[in-house]
Ligand binder design. Structure first.
Ligand SMILES: N[C@@H](CCC(=O)N[C@@H](CS)C(=O)NCC(=O)O)C(=O)O
Length: 341
């Protein structure tokens, strides 16, 4: 009897240990698709295209890059739209494998909320938008104003801090769960101004019936380094995701694009051959296919291509990149991948 109990106990312990050890990487590979949390309503970043009914956008392309790296197919993704408020819970409960949804890295999200961040894919900052008819030219003219934003965001907290630090009286902050409600409230005149990441403001302005009637004020109120995030304590999964994001940036630095990839695959330069998985074991060492980088470039492209596709001059949500923080470090920006070696 005692022996039986011991056997059962050790079996249970081993199973529990096995489960605890299992990386999300194995779960995703066994499932054969990635479950990716996205915005769903952020113009340019993560939204459902009206014509095709498909998820599109800058952040969505990072879900596609992960799918390309894992499955050599960018479309093995199930998208889960998440509000700002719901996004961390979706990782904590394991509902999604990773989130790419204009999320700012902050200490408390990394610490007490308990998620692990990936490299920054977009450097942003908070801005404020008003109607032209209000005649306001600077955020410093907004004492006493009612401002709208969405709940569960850094935006909400930053604005409260800003008003307090100015010592202003009579300001009100109206918050809503989703940004379309925020924008409707603003358009219908319930608030004098709307505040969020500047990238978000550009998108919502472009989508407005008369974009020219809206003005994004010049000041930037905060640092909003936006990044994907995933579970804590799953290094294997997190490392793989981290280097998939870096791969897009390094590919741009090397000048490798969707179009010229085949040429680069004939390169005899050691750094290029290692990067593309033609020699060495960089991919394998991460538990990824050795040619994961080539897969990402073939199906999705490098960072600059992703940026231009969704936020470039030919997109409706143009955000100039040249010389901005989102440019490569070689051109004065902050996009910098550690070496692939
Ligand atoms: N980066 C900030 C704000 C993120 C955020 O929620 N931005 C708005 C403005 S584009 C948004 O995504 N709204 C879409 C929605 O909530 O439906 C954060 O991480 O808290």
């Amino acid at each position: 009897m005692k022996r039986l109990v011991l056997i059962v106990l050790s079996f249970l312990l081993l199973t529990a240990f096995g489960l605890a050890q299992k990386s999300r990487m194995d779960v995703v590979m066994e499932r054969g698709k990635l479950i990716c949390g996205v915005n769903g309503k952020a113009p340019g970043f993560g939204y459902v295209d009206e014509k095709t009914g498909k998820y599109m956008g800058f952040d969505v392309d990072f879900c596609r890059a992960v799918s390309a790296a894992l499955f050599d197919d960018p479309d093995r993704v199930e998208y889960v739209p998440l509000t700002a408020k719901a996004r961390f819970n979706a990782i904590q409960t394991g509902e999604v494998d990773v989130v790419f949804r204009n999320t700012t890295i902050t200490t408390s999200r990394d610490g007490s909320v308990g998620v692990d961040f990936l490299p920054v894919n977009f450097y942003d900052g908070q801005g404020v938008m008003v109607k032209k008819e209000l005649g306001v030219k600077s955020v410093y003219e907004l004492e006493g104003a009612t401002v709208c934003t969405n709940q569960g965001t850094t935006t909400e907290k930053n604005w409260t801090d800003f008003v307090r630090s100015q010592g202003w009286k009579g300001n009100k902050l109206l918050t809503f769960e989703s940004f379309d409600k925020v924008f409707n409230a603003f358009m219908s005149g319930r608030c004098d101004a709307v505040t969020t990441d500047k990238s978000g403001l550009v998108g919502w302005k472009a989508k407005a019936p008369d974009p020219e009637a809206l003005v994004i004020l010049p000041e930037t109120l905060s640092k909003e380094p936006l990044a994907g995030f995933t579970f804590q304590n799953d290094s294997r999964w997190r490392d793989a995701l981290t280097w998939i994001v870096y791969a897009t940036i390094q590919a741009e630095e090397f000048g490798i694009t969707q179009k010229n990839l085949d040429e680069f695959l004939k390169s005899d330069k050691p750094a290029i051959r290692r990067f593309l998985g033609l020699e060495g074991t960089l991919g394998k060492g991460l538990g990824l296919p050795n040619d994961f980088v080539a897969r990402v470039i073939r199906h999705v492209g490098n960072y600059g291509e992703i940026y231009d596709r969704h936020l470039g001059p030919n997109s409706p949500f143009f955000i100039p990149r040249k010389g901005s923080l989102n440019d490569l470090y070689t051109r004065g920006g902050l996009m910098y991948s550690p070496p692939f070696r």
